[in-house]
Design a protein around this ligand. Structure first.
Ligand SMILES: Nc1ncnc2c1ncn2[C@@H]1O[C@H](COP(=O)(O)OP(=O)(O)OP(=O)(O)O)[C@@H](O)[C@H]1O
Ligand SMILES: [Mg+2]
Length: 221
């Protein structure tokens, strides 16, 4: 079982959008996925609660800072657990970091947004020193369509010495539409650009977690 947490102190940077779409994308790749909603706002739970004809990952609410103890008990049979992080909740973040193999940090492409993740990056590094994990990577979120990363955003990212995921999301109406329908963009329109973005993110995560061949050779774990 592998755990990936989508974390950032900053509200509205795309944590829930990435977590829900990633969880569904991993499920479409044949993985047994649990989505853990660690936010008292319960957005991922709301998403999961919308009745849809398409299959969705199970969404479990865990909004106490004991994720690192609770997840191994509850998610025993899952291949992957995706944690949707809460904004402004340092204790929850610390617990999510302890629970994780990989921390994904969504950042909108502005230097201010990237710099504001410094405390989170420090928490991750402190954990890496004692436990040798989790890995961490930035994921660019809500990039304006048709633009490149502004030089200052690129510089801010480089100043952290943390990898930047190849996959990213652009600002697209379909993400908000899918959210309101309780679906992923992969289900709303599999041929959309957004679906292509999520498939890239899924591929990157499977590679990072070393889960590409987990299904065929039985080495899940
Ligand atoms: N790539 C995108 N394109 C268009 N809209 C997006 C995109 N990503 C997120 N949004 C929208 O922006 C808003 C905030 O996104 P989201 O809820 O995913 O952020 P969050 O980091 O989980 O916020 P919070 O900190 O409040 O939990 C939502 O209305 C969502 O639909
Ligand atoms: Mg959220």
């Amino acid at each position: 079982m592998k755990v990936v947490a989508v974390l950032n102190e900053k509200g509205g940077c795309g944590k829930t959008t990435i977590a829900t779409n990633l969880a569904r994308g991993l499920q479409l790749e044949g993985r047994d996925v649990m989505l853990v909603d660690s936010d008292v706002q319960g957005s991922a739970r709301d998403w999961g609660a919308v009745d849809t004809e398409t299959e969705k990952p199970a969404v479990v609410g865990m909004d106490r800072p004991t994720l690192h103890k609770d997840i191994p008990k509850v998610a025993e049979g899952s291949d992957v657990v995706v944690i949707d992080g809460a904004a402004r909740a340092e204790k929850m973040q610390t617990s999510a970091i302890k629970a994780s193999d990989l921390v994904l940090i969504p950042v909108q492409p502005s230097a201010y947004d990237i710099w504001s993740s410094e405390t989170l990056v420090e928490l991750v590094r402190a954990r890496q020193e004692v436990a040798g994990k989790p890995d961490a990577a930035f994921i660019v979120s809500r990039q304006i369509v048709g633009t490149n990363l502004a030089g200052e955003a690129q510089e801010a990212l480089e100043s952290f010495d943390l990898p930047v995921l190849r996959g990213r999301t652009a600002q697209r109406v379909i993400y908000a539409e899918a959210a309101s329908q309780g679906l992923s963009v992969l289900d709303v329109d599999p041929s959309s650009k957004a679906a292509g973005e999520i498939r890239q993110i899924v591929e990157d995560i499977l590679a990072t977690l070393d889960l590409q061949t987990a299904r065929t050779n039985g080495t899940t774990g």
